[in-house]
Every structure is written in structure tokens, then in C-alpha cells.
Design a protein around this ligand. Structure first.
Ligand code: PMP
Length: 404
């Protein structure tokens, strides 16, 4: 894999920001789109656009075919058994809310327990909390240690006959911790507990196989995967999806409607009410083609090397604390500079054309666990280079100089 060559596929990486070449290290928030995805979106809008599933004319058939072909690309990307197990959503957040509604609200009752982890993004906490308030469901939290790893012995202790769901992130967006989800899924299944995996931060960085993982649900977003915003995916095992309640009512999710009664459509359409983000789905399909061409294994290997390099370089600096030192991490370096608020770090780095994220990263419980209000977070993609990591380190030294 040649990151320098791949950079040429991303026009936005040529931007100058504040007189400096852009160093884009906010990939965990959203990654950038290659020209092939931009071109694919343009082609869809110029010559393929119409509403799907409802007409027999040429354009509608074309748009339907391309939309369904994107679903098949997602199926292959996740190695799901069948494309009807792939539901298009607005993103990870909507995928989790769909599961909360269709599975949690439909089947859980007062006293039932859901296990979450201390590493979750707000989007895998708040929906379950809403369910807890509404139904009297109880939330249990797997704690983490000082490195940001979930404590497996504590995880085992949380299971009992009331446990009805495990909702767990694959990779932490705030710390980069990679959870041993295969073993954790297998443990939950010993208790007959289904598992939802929040894959928002894993899908861009790892080859996935939902059949091998044996997860019951897997959620991710296109915009972190070199695709457009407005589209994401919920994978669910067919037998579960078939039993679940629809999330929203409306067009496309029905077989027949009278004023007395509605018969719902088959999966996945039962969960796709209304006109979906057709162009975005087609764009996601193109992003998957692009990533598969590079190879997710190659991406993972290279990003690992880059993260190791960045971690080693930042450790050479004084008055820095890395937040999150798990043994297995993916593409995220969260840190604090002693005596400097993370927002100042982000603002000054921006003056040098370097884009990082500062804040609580929608994971306030993680910040509370590490007793920090916020961190500075550099997050990498395969198109980042060691030279860019060096620019980040120079930037950090400049920040320290200003605050000395
Ligand atoms: N989970 C994790 C781990 C995330 O990093 C994010 C995005 N920051 C989300 C869920 C939510 O994704 P989206 O905003 O695309 O719905």
C-alpha cells in the first residue's frame, strides 16, 4: 500500500488551510471522499436519478438497481449471509435507535437488563436510557481499567437470567480501544443474550465478517468510511429482523394498507419507510469498492504502523499524557498537554493547517472515567503519512511554546 499515491485520489487533501497544506487528522469524526466516490455521486445525479421501487420507467429502474446493488456491496463488505439482512439508515445513530425501537421497545419489559460498556459513544447510551425510563429496563455498565480496556472479569459478573441485550462498541471513538468483541459475543450467547455492535469506528479500519463474529446486529456510518453523509447501515440476523417491529411507518414499508389494518413489507423494506438517501447509498457502494480495492487488511496494517509511529513520537515530548493506552488500538491518539486546554490546542493547531478534534467526543462517561473535561484527538486514515504525524508533533511543540 502506498499512502502517498492514494492521497492523489482525494482532492480535498490538496487544500491549503491558513497558508499551510492541510493535515487532516479528524477521520474518526468524518473521513474524506476519493474522486471515485465524488464521480459516482455526480454520475448518479446526472444520469440515474429517480425515486426507487415504485415505477416501471427507465430511470426508476436504474436508480432501484443501483440502490440495491449498493446493498449487495454492503452485504459483501460485512460478509452477511443475505442482502435482506442489510438495512439502510441515516447512520449509526439511527441504526441503534431502530434496534432500540424494534427490538428493545417491542420485547423488553421492566426488570430486564441491558449491558453497555464504559466506552460507549452517546448514541449507544442515550437510546437505551430512553428505553430504561420508559419501560423500567435496567442498564448495567462494563467498567474499564486505567488503560481504557474493558475489565473482562467484571463483564462476566454482569450476566444473570434478566440479561436481555449486550450493546457494545467495537472500537472506542474517544480512546481507540479495540474490544475483544468475538469472545464477548460468544460469552453473551452462552446466556442466550443477543449482541448489538456499534461498528462506527471499526468499519473504516478492519476487515469485517459478521458471520464469523456471530453478532446479532452491527451498525456503521458511511461518512467515516470515505462515503457521503446521510447514510449508514444496520446489519441484523434475518430471523431477528423478521420478528422485530418496524421503526417508522410510511411508504415502502408496507404490503397493503386499509384504514383498519396494515400488512408490513418483508425485510429489509419493513425498516425503510419513505424515500431513502438513494444517492448516498450509491456513494457508499462506491466507497466500499474503493476500500476493497486497497484491501481492509492492508489499511489495518498500515494504520497500525502509523499509530505506533505517532505514539512513539508523542512520547518523546514532555508534559503530554496519552489518554487511552490499551494494548490493541485503532487509529486514534487522544492526549492532553499539561496546562493547556484542549480547545486551545485545537485552535492553535488549526492556525498551522492541522485539523484534530477537541472535546468530549460524544463520550462524556469516558471523560469522567479519566477525570478530564475533554481531550485532543488525532485520528488517522490510510491516506495520512508519517510526515503529517511529524507536522502534528511540530504543532504540539509550538502550542507548548506559546503556553510556556
Ligand atoms: N458510535 C461511535 C463509536 C461513533 O464514533 C459515532 C460517530 N462519532 C457514532 C456512534 C455515531 O455515528 P453517526 O453520527 O454517524 O450516527
Amino acid at each position: 500500500m502506498n499512502p502517498e499515491a492514494l492521497r492523489a485520489d482525494f482532492p480535498i487533501l490538496d487544500l491549503m488551510v491558513n497558508g499551510q497544506p492541510l493535515v487532516y487528522l479528524d477521520n474518526a469524526a468524518s473521513s474524506q471522499m476519493p474522486q471515485s466516490v465524488i464521480d459516482r455521486l455526480m454520475r448518479y445525479h446526472k444520469s440515474e436519478h429517480a425515486n426507487i421501487h415504485r415505477a416501471v420507467h427507465y430511470l426508476s429502474e436504474t436508480a432501484t438497481r443501483e440502490f440495491e446493488s449498493a446493498r449487495e456491496k454492503v452485504r459483501s463488505f460485512l460478509n452477511a449471509r443475505e442482502s435482506r439482512e442489510i438495512i439502510f439508515t441515516r447512520g449509526t445513530t439511527e441504526a441503534i435507535n431502530l434496534t432500540m425501537h424494534g427490538y428493545g421497545r417491542a420485547f423488553l419489559k421492566a426488570g430486564d437488563e441491558i449491558i453497555l460498556s464504559a466506552l460507549e459513544h452517546h448514541s449507544n447510551i442515550v437510546p437505551w436510557q430512553m428505553l430504561a425510563h420508559e419501560k423500567g429496563v435496567v442498564l448495567k455498565v462494563i467498567p474499564m481499567d486505567d488503560s481504557g480496556e474493558l475489565i473482562q472479569e467484571e463483564f462476566y459478573k454482569l450476566f444473570n437470567s434478566n440479561t436481555k441485550l449486550l450493546a457494545l462498541t467495537h472500537v472506542s471513538n474517544a480512546l481507540g480501544t479495540v474490544n475483544p468483541i468475538k469472545a464477548m459475543i460468544s460469552h453473551a450467547h452462552q446466556y442466550g443474550v443477543p449482541v448489538l455492535i456499534d461498528g462506527a469506528q471499526a468499519a473504516p479500519h478492519k476487515a469485517l465478517d459478521v458471520q464469523d463474529l456471530d453478532c446479532d446486529f452491527y451498525a456503521f456510518s458511511s461518512h467515516k468510511l470515505c462515503g457521503p453523509t446521510g447514510i449508514g447501515v444496520l446489519y441484523g440476523k434475518a430471523e431477528l429482523l423478521e420478528r422485530m417491529q418496524p421503526y417508522q411507518g410510511g411508504g415502502d414499508m408496507i404490503l397493503s394498507v386499509t384504514f383498519e389494518k396494515t400488512d408490513y413489507n418483508v425485510i429489509p423494506y419493513k425498516f425503510e419507510a419513505g424515500t431513502p438517501a438513494i444517492a448516498a447509498a450509491v456513494g457508499l457502494g462506491a466507497a466500499i469498492d474503493y476500500l476493497q480495492e486497497i484491501g481492509l487488511e492492508n489499511i489495518e496494517r498500515y494504520e497500525h504502523e502509523l499509530l505506533d509511529y505517532a505514539t512513539a513520537r508523542i512520547k518523546e515530548l514532555d508534559r503530554i499524557r496519552i489518554v487511552g493506552t490499551a494494548r490493541e488500538k485503532a487509529a486514534v491518539l487522544s492526549f492532553e498537554i499539561e496546562g493547556v486546554h484542549p480547545h486551545d490546542v485545537g485552535t492553535i493547531l488549526n492556525d498551522y493547517g492541522i485539523a484534530i478534534r477537541t472535546g468530549h467526543h460524544c463520550a462524556q462517561p469516558v471523560m469522567q472515567r479519566f477525570k478530564v473535561p475533554a481531550t485532543a484527538r488525532a485520528s488517522f486514515a490510510f491516506y495520512n503519512t508519517k510526515a503529517e504525524v511529524d507536522r502534528l508533533m511540530e504543532g504540539i511543540v509550538k502550542v507548548q511554546g506559546i503556553f510556556q
